[in-house]
Design a protein around this ligand. Structure first.
Ligand SMILES: NC(=O)c1ccc[n+]([C@@H]2O[C@H](COP(=O)([O-])OP(=O)(O)OC[C@H]3O[C@@H](n4cnc5c(N)ncnc54)[C@H](OP(=O)(O)O)[C@@H]3O)[C@@H](O)[C@H]2O)c1
Length: 234
């Protein structure tokens, strides 16, 4: 299995969009795979789920997951770091959630914080591979609150606060029970510190055309089709 750096992931995503696969389509698939992960982790509908979402594309993954889980009958709420200046693709998924009347709270409100404290499952969709240094401001506060909770934590792509390329775990960074990584595993999973924070790591196909993987590294595409489940357990 090939483990990619931040720059390689950025290049793969750019190649995908240049070839006509839109980010919001990739997010759609990233969100869809949560159903399979919940089934593998045996998370039932009795459990309350809270998606804690940033404003970048990792935020969009969580917002898409919130819709798919709601459609399947899970009790989902969303806590957003802020309500403005979301990435356009994350906004697309937020608009759909608003139409479905899924409860969305702002982290700085007292209800937002209460939701994080009183939930069974937290989906970390705060900071992805474009992390710049230690999580700051509200992100720092949210990560500390998530780590202090008793909820099961599932991180999208890699735990927020972990560097994709080096596996460095900034202070604070999410301590995940499971990670749902997208397209390619990140180098961080091969470094002891990053691996420890990621919990059980699963890898999902988000539809990137096979030939594009060869452009970042020959033969790097995971053989998703060789597995019976839609997720690869690393
Ligand atoms: N094709 C795609 O690109 C695609 C498709 C589907 C899903 N994804 C997911 O999106 C992620 C990458 O998306 P993205 O480029 O939007 O980046 P991101 O890593 O999700 O988030 C970038 C945002 O985080 C903020 N940020 C970065 N470092 C921070 C820190 N230390 N403290 C507080 N805020 C910080 C940035 O704010 P500033 O700008 O102020 O620094 C920016 O608003 C991937 O990990 C993947 O899971 C990507």
């Amino acid at each position: 299995m090939y483990y990619a750096t931040e720059k390689q992931m950025e290049r793969l995503d750019n190649l995908a969009t240049k070839n006509g696969l839109e980010i919001k389509q990739m997010m759609e698939l990233a969100g869809w795979h949560i159903i399979s992960l919940f089934s593998q982790l045996r998370i039932t509908k009795a459990k309350k789920v809270c998606v804690v979402s940033g404003v970048g594309n990792k935020g969009g993954d969580g917002l898409s997951a919130a819709r798919h889980l709601t459609n399947r009958g899970h009790r989902v709420s969303v806590v957003l770091m802020r309500s403005s200046k979301l990435s356009p693709d994350a906004s697309h998924h937020l608009k759909l959630l608003n139409k479905m009347n899924v409860p969305v709270y702002i982290f700085s409100s007292s209800v937002g914080k209460k939701k994080i404290k009183n939930t069974d499952v937290i989906i970390d969709s705060l900071l992805g591979y474009h992390l710049k240094g230690a999580p700051r401001g509200l992100f720092k506060e949210a990560i500390e609150m998530i780590n202090a909770s008793k909820a099961k934590v599932i991180a999208y792509d890699l735990p927020s606060g972990v560097s994709a390329s080096t596996g460095k775990c900034y202070d604070p960074c999410i301590r995940a029970d499971a990670t749902l990584s997208l397209a390619l595993p990140k180098r961080a999973f091969r470094v002891a510190a990053g691996k420890k924070k990621s919990g059980k790591v699963y890898l999902a196909d988000i539809g990137i055309p096979i030939f594009l993987y060869d452009k970042i590294k020959k033969g790097s595409r995971p053989k998703f089709e060789a597995y019976t489940h839609s997720l690869i357990r690393l």
